[in-house]
Design a protein. Structure first.
Ligand code: 1OR
Length: 288
Protein backbone atom coordinates (compact mmCIF):
# COMPACT_ATOMS: atom_id res chain seq x y z
CA UNK A 1 0.00 0.00 0.00
CA UNK A 2 1.08 3.57 -0.60
CA UNK A 3 1.94 5.38 2.63
CA UNK A 4 -0.65 8.01 3.47
CA UNK A 5 2.15 10.06 5.06
CA UNK A 6 4.06 10.50 1.86
CA UNK A 7 1.06 11.70 -0.10
CA UNK A 8 -0.65 13.32 2.86
CA UNK A 9 -1.33 16.69 1.27
CA UNK A 10 -2.93 15.08 -1.78
CA UNK A 11 -4.95 12.65 0.27
CA UNK A 12 -6.51 15.43 2.26
CA UNK A 13 -8.13 17.03 -0.80
CA UNK A 14 -9.90 13.87 -1.93
CA UNK A 15 -8.93 10.26 -1.74
CA UNK A 16 -6.42 10.48 -4.53
CA UNK A 17 -3.95 7.63 -4.41
CA UNK A 18 -1.57 8.17 -7.29
CA UNK A 19 -0.81 5.02 -9.21
CA UNK A 20 2.76 3.84 -9.30
CA UNK A 21 3.84 1.99 -12.40
CA UNK A 22 7.11 0.11 -11.96
CA UNK A 23 10.05 1.60 -13.81
CA UNK A 24 13.78 1.12 -13.92
CA UNK A 25 15.91 3.99 -12.54
CA UNK A 26 17.03 4.67 -16.14
CA UNK A 27 13.45 4.99 -17.31
CA UNK A 28 12.62 7.29 -14.43
CA UNK A 29 15.51 9.62 -15.09
CA UNK A 30 14.66 9.65 -18.80
CA UNK A 31 11.09 10.70 -18.03
CA UNK A 32 12.31 13.38 -15.61
CA UNK A 33 14.50 14.68 -18.41
CA UNK A 34 11.60 14.63 -20.88
CA UNK A 35 9.27 16.39 -18.44
CA UNK A 36 11.76 19.15 -17.86
CA UNK A 37 11.56 19.97 -21.59
CA UNK A 38 7.78 20.07 -21.63
CA UNK A 39 6.17 23.40 -20.74
CA UNK A 40 3.07 21.70 -19.42
CA UNK A 41 5.04 20.44 -16.43
CA UNK A 42 7.32 23.39 -15.85
CA UNK A 43 5.39 24.71 -12.84
CA UNK A 44 5.63 21.45 -10.88
CA UNK A 45 7.93 21.06 -7.91
CA UNK A 46 10.16 17.98 -7.49
CA UNK A 47 7.65 16.06 -5.41
CA UNK A 48 4.88 16.65 -7.92
CA UNK A 49 7.17 15.60 -10.77
CA UNK A 50 7.97 12.41 -8.89
CA UNK A 51 4.25 11.58 -8.61
CA UNK A 52 3.76 12.24 -12.33
CA UNK A 53 6.77 10.15 -13.32
CA UNK A 54 5.54 7.25 -11.19
CA UNK A 55 2.07 7.42 -12.71
CA UNK A 56 3.23 7.45 -16.31
CA UNK A 57 2.78 4.38 -18.46
CA UNK A 58 4.68 3.37 -21.56
CA UNK A 59 2.84 3.32 -24.92
CA UNK A 60 4.47 1.99 -28.06
CA UNK A 61 3.32 2.88 -31.58
CA UNK A 62 4.43 2.19 -35.13
CA UNK A 63 4.37 4.14 -38.37
CA UNK A 64 0.82 5.17 -39.28
CA UNK A 65 -0.73 4.24 -35.91
CA UNK A 66 -3.34 6.70 -34.69
CA UNK A 67 -2.46 7.85 -31.19
CA UNK A 68 -5.30 10.37 -30.91
CA UNK A 69 -8.35 10.71 -33.15
CA UNK A 70 -10.10 14.07 -33.45
CA UNK A 71 -13.57 14.00 -31.88
CA UNK A 72 -12.87 11.07 -29.52
CA UNK A 73 -13.07 11.36 -25.76
CA UNK A 74 -9.64 11.70 -24.24
CA UNK A 75 -8.38 10.19 -21.04
CA UNK A 76 -4.65 10.67 -21.16
CA UNK A 77 -1.96 12.99 -22.37
CA UNK A 78 1.38 11.95 -23.83
CA UNK A 79 4.99 12.95 -23.60
CA UNK A 80 7.19 11.82 -26.50
CA UNK A 81 10.12 9.69 -25.38
CA UNK A 82 11.37 8.70 -28.85
CA UNK A 83 10.08 8.92 -32.41
CA UNK A 84 8.14 11.52 -34.38
CA UNK A 85 4.43 12.19 -34.79
CA UNK A 86 2.30 14.38 -37.02
CA UNK A 87 -0.71 16.40 -36.00
CA UNK A 88 -3.67 17.03 -38.35
CA UNK A 89 -6.95 18.81 -37.87
CA UNK A 90 -10.10 18.52 -39.89
CA UNK A 91 -11.22 22.10 -40.45
CA UNK A 92 -14.45 22.52 -42.45
CA UNK A 93 -13.99 19.13 -44.09
CA UNK A 94 -10.39 19.73 -45.02
CA UNK A 95 -7.62 17.74 -43.33
CA UNK A 96 -4.99 20.29 -42.45
CA UNK A 97 -1.45 19.44 -41.34
CA UNK A 98 -0.59 21.38 -38.17
CA UNK A 99 2.75 20.32 -36.77
CA UNK A 100 5.27 17.62 -35.84
CA UNK A 101 5.98 16.35 -32.35
CA UNK A 102 9.47 15.38 -31.23
CA UNK A 103 10.98 13.84 -28.05
CA UNK A 104 10.32 15.97 -24.96
CA UNK A 105 7.10 17.48 -26.28
CA UNK A 106 3.64 16.81 -24.86
CA UNK A 107 0.29 16.60 -26.60
CA UNK A 108 -3.27 15.59 -25.82
CA UNK A 109 -3.52 18.08 -22.94
CA UNK A 110 -6.49 20.04 -24.31
CA UNK A 111 -9.09 17.32 -23.79
CA UNK A 112 -7.96 17.00 -20.18
CA UNK A 113 -7.62 20.72 -19.48
CA UNK A 114 -11.00 21.70 -20.85
CA UNK A 115 -13.00 18.43 -20.78
CA UNK A 116 -13.37 18.67 -24.53
CA UNK A 117 -13.26 16.09 -27.33
CA UNK A 118 -9.88 15.58 -28.97
CA UNK A 119 -9.24 18.72 -31.04
CA UNK A 120 -6.91 17.10 -33.57
CA UNK A 121 -5.59 13.76 -34.83
CA UNK A 122 -2.08 12.59 -34.03
CA UNK A 123 -0.31 9.87 -36.02
CA UNK A 124 3.00 8.11 -35.45
CA UNK A 125 5.31 8.47 -38.45
CA UNK A 126 7.90 5.96 -37.21
CA UNK A 127 8.47 3.76 -34.16
CA UNK A 128 7.40 5.83 -31.17
CA UNK A 129 7.70 5.35 -27.45
CA UNK A 130 5.39 7.65 -25.49
CA UNK A 131 4.70 8.13 -21.82
CA UNK A 132 1.03 8.52 -21.01
CA UNK A 133 -0.42 10.28 -17.99
CA UNK A 134 -3.92 9.40 -16.83
CA UNK A 135 -6.65 11.99 -16.34
CA UNK A 136 -6.91 11.43 -12.58
CA UNK A 137 -3.27 12.15 -11.91
CA UNK A 138 -3.33 15.04 -14.38
CA UNK A 139 -6.36 16.56 -12.65
CA UNK A 140 -4.77 16.34 -9.23
CA UNK A 141 -1.25 17.40 -9.99
CA UNK A 142 -1.02 19.36 -13.24
CA UNK A 143 -4.37 20.84 -14.20
CA UNK A 144 -4.88 23.43 -11.48
CA UNK A 145 -1.58 25.24 -11.85
CA UNK A 146 -1.68 25.00 -15.67
CA UNK A 147 -5.16 26.54 -15.87
CA UNK A 148 -4.27 29.25 -13.34
CA UNK A 149 -1.14 30.18 -15.26
CA UNK A 150 -3.01 30.31 -18.57
CA UNK A 151 -5.80 32.42 -17.10
CA UNK A 152 -3.34 34.73 -15.42
CA UNK A 153 -1.64 35.54 -18.72
CA UNK A 154 -4.61 35.32 -21.09
CA UNK A 155 -5.55 39.00 -21.12
CA UNK A 156 -1.91 40.11 -21.13
CA UNK A 157 -1.03 37.85 -24.07
CA UNK A 158 -3.87 39.20 -26.17
CA UNK A 159 -2.48 42.72 -25.73
CA UNK A 160 1.10 42.03 -26.80
CA UNK A 161 1.37 43.32 -30.35
CA UNK A 162 4.24 41.09 -31.44
CA UNK A 163 2.17 37.99 -30.58
CA UNK A 164 -0.91 39.05 -32.56
CA UNK A 165 -0.07 36.94 -35.59
CA UNK A 166 0.34 33.80 -33.50
CA UNK A 167 -2.19 31.02 -33.50
CA UNK A 168 -4.33 31.34 -30.32
CA UNK A 169 -3.56 27.73 -29.39
CA UNK A 170 0.17 28.35 -29.52
CA UNK A 171 -0.19 31.71 -27.79
CA UNK A 172 -1.97 30.11 -24.86
CA UNK A 173 0.90 27.61 -24.60
CA UNK A 174 3.31 30.49 -24.10
CA UNK A 175 1.85 31.00 -20.64
CA UNK A 176 3.10 27.56 -19.61
CA UNK A 177 6.65 28.56 -20.49
CA UNK A 178 6.67 32.06 -18.97
CA UNK A 179 8.79 32.78 -15.94
CA UNK A 180 7.85 35.97 -14.09
CA UNK A 181 10.72 38.27 -13.04
CA UNK A 182 10.70 41.51 -11.04
CA UNK A 183 13.12 44.43 -10.86
CA UNK A 184 13.45 47.55 -8.74
CA UNK A 185 13.73 51.00 -10.25
CA UNK A 186 17.29 51.56 -11.50
CA UNK A 187 18.14 47.89 -11.69
CA UNK A 188 19.79 46.40 -14.80
CA UNK A 189 17.77 43.69 -16.54
CA UNK A 190 20.40 43.36 -19.26
CA UNK A 191 24.03 44.55 -19.46
CA UNK A 192 25.62 45.53 -22.75
CA UNK A 193 28.40 43.15 -23.79
CA UNK A 194 27.31 40.23 -21.64
CA UNK A 195 26.19 36.89 -23.03
CA UNK A 196 22.41 36.63 -23.18
CA UNK A 197 20.02 33.70 -23.01
CA UNK A 198 16.74 35.29 -22.00
CA UNK A 199 13.94 37.14 -23.81
CA UNK A 200 11.61 39.54 -21.96
CA UNK A 201 8.16 41.07 -22.38
CA UNK A 202 7.08 43.82 -19.97
CA UNK A 203 3.96 43.05 -17.99
CA UNK A 204 4.01 46.15 -15.78
CA UNK A 205 6.28 49.17 -15.40
CA UNK A 206 8.82 50.80 -17.69
CA UNK A 207 12.44 50.51 -18.77
CA UNK A 208 14.98 52.18 -21.05
CA UNK A 209 17.66 50.83 -23.33
CA UNK A 210 21.03 52.58 -23.28
CA UNK A 211 23.89 51.84 -25.63
CA UNK A 212 27.51 52.83 -26.05
CA UNK A 213 27.39 54.84 -29.28
CA UNK A 214 30.90 56.28 -29.06
CA UNK A 215 33.56 54.12 -27.43
CA UNK A 216 34.81 55.58 -24.16
CA UNK A 217 31.70 57.73 -23.68
CA UNK A 218 28.79 56.95 -21.41
CA UNK A 219 25.97 54.85 -22.91
CA UNK A 220 23.12 56.94 -24.41
CA UNK A 221 19.41 56.31 -24.16
CA UNK A 222 18.17 54.68 -27.37
CA UNK A 223 14.71 53.38 -26.54
CA UNK A 224 11.90 53.40 -23.97
CA UNK A 225 9.73 50.45 -23.06
CA UNK A 226 6.31 50.02 -21.49
CA UNK A 227 3.79 47.21 -20.95
CA UNK A 228 3.57 44.80 -23.89
CA UNK A 229 7.00 45.80 -25.27
CA UNK A 230 9.71 43.19 -25.64
CA UNK A 231 13.49 43.21 -25.53
CA UNK A 232 16.44 40.82 -25.32
CA UNK A 233 15.65 39.14 -28.65
CA UNK A 234 18.76 40.26 -30.57
CA UNK A 235 21.29 38.17 -28.65
CA UNK A 236 19.08 35.14 -29.19
CA UNK A 237 18.47 35.75 -32.89
CA UNK A 238 22.02 36.71 -33.79
CA UNK A 239 24.00 34.71 -31.22
CA UNK A 240 25.83 37.88 -30.23
CA UNK A 241 26.55 39.55 -26.89
CA UNK A 242 23.91 41.92 -25.53
CA UNK A 243 23.84 45.00 -27.78
CA UNK A 244 22.53 47.41 -25.12
CA UNK A 245 21.72 47.84 -21.45
CA UNK A 246 18.12 47.60 -20.34
CA UNK A 247 17.42 49.36 -17.06
CA UNK A 248 14.17 49.50 -15.08
CA UNK A 249 12.84 53.08 -14.74
CA UNK A 250 10.13 52.05 -12.27
CA UNK A 251 9.29 48.86 -10.48
CA UNK A 252 9.22 46.42 -13.35
CA UNK A 253 7.52 43.09 -13.86
CA UNK A 254 8.40 41.03 -16.92
CA UNK A 255 7.69 37.59 -18.25
CA UNK A 256 10.77 35.84 -19.54
CA UNK A 257 11.54 32.95 -21.85
CA UNK A 258 14.86 31.14 -21.98
CA UNK A 259 16.65 30.55 -25.29
CA UNK A 260 15.21 27.08 -25.74
CA UNK A 261 11.60 28.21 -25.16
CA UNK A 262 12.11 31.32 -27.25
CA UNK A 263 13.32 29.29 -30.24
CA UNK A 264 10.60 26.73 -29.89
CA UNK A 265 7.65 29.00 -29.22
CA UNK A 266 8.61 32.19 -31.04
CA UNK A 267 10.55 30.65 -33.90
CA UNK A 268 7.70 31.51 -36.30
CA UNK A 269 7.98 35.18 -35.31
CA UNK A 270 11.68 35.41 -36.06
CA UNK A 271 11.13 37.21 -39.39
CA UNK A 272 9.02 39.91 -37.72
CA UNK A 273 11.58 40.26 -34.94
CA UNK A 274 14.37 40.60 -37.47
CA UNK A 275 12.44 43.21 -39.43
CA UNK A 276 11.82 45.20 -36.26
CA UNK A 277 15.48 44.89 -35.31
CA UNK A 278 16.42 46.76 -38.52
CA UNK A 279 14.77 49.83 -36.99
CA UNK A 280 17.40 49.83 -34.22
CA UNK A 281 20.01 50.80 -36.77
CA UNK A 282 18.00 53.91 -37.75
CA UNK A 283 17.86 55.01 -34.11
CA UNK A 284 21.62 54.60 -33.75
CA UNK A 285 22.29 56.39 -37.04
CA UNK A 286 20.35 59.40 -35.72
CA UNK A 287 22.53 59.46 -32.60
CA UNK A 288 25.79 59.54 -34.52
P1 1OR B 1 -6.28 17.12 -27.51
O1 1OR B 1 -6.46 16.46 -26.20
O2 1OR B 1 -7.39 17.93 -28.05
C1 1OR B 1 -5.33 16.50 -29.83
O3 1OR B 1 -5.87 16.02 -28.59
C2 1OR B 1 -4.11 17.32 -29.55
O4 1OR B 1 -3.51 17.95 -30.65
C3 1OR B 1 -4.47 18.51 -28.67
O5 1OR B 1 -4.95 18.05 -27.42
C4 1OR B 1 -3.17 19.26 -28.69
O6 1OR B 1 -2.27 18.68 -27.80
C5 1OR B 1 -2.67 19.00 -30.13
N1 1OR B 1 -5.42 23.02 -32.10
C6 1OR B 1 -5.80 22.02 -31.28
N2 1OR B 1 -5.00 21.02 -30.84
C7 1OR B 1 -3.74 21.03 -31.25
C8 1OR B 1 -3.28 22.03 -32.13
C9 1OR B 1 -4.17 23.06 -32.55
N3 1OR B 1 -1.98 21.77 -32.38
C10 1OR B 1 -1.66 20.68 -31.68
N4 1OR B 1 -2.71 20.18 -31.00
N5 1OR B 1 -3.80 24.10 -33.42
C11 1OR B 1 -2.46 24.14 -33.98
C12 1OR B 1 -1.72 25.41 -34.06
C13 1OR B 1 -0.35 25.26 -34.69
C14 1OR B 1 -4.79 25.12 -33.85
C15 1OR B 1 -5.43 24.73 -35.16
C16 1OR B 1 -6.52 25.67 -35.62
Amino acid sequence: AVSAEVYGSWNKKEDFVPRIIEKTPEQKSRIFERLSHSFMFSALDEKEKEIVVNAMDERVFQNNDTVIRQGDDGNELYVVDSGTLKCYKNIHGENKYLKDYFPGEAFGELALLYNAPRAATILAVNDCVLWSLDRECFNHIVKGSAIRKRERYEAFLSRVEILESMDPYERSQLADAFISVNYEEGEHVIREGEAGDVFYIIEEGSAVATKTIVKGRAPEEVKQYGPGDYFGELALIRNEPRAANVIATSRLRCVSLDRHSFKRMLGPLEEILKRNAKLYEDIIAQKR
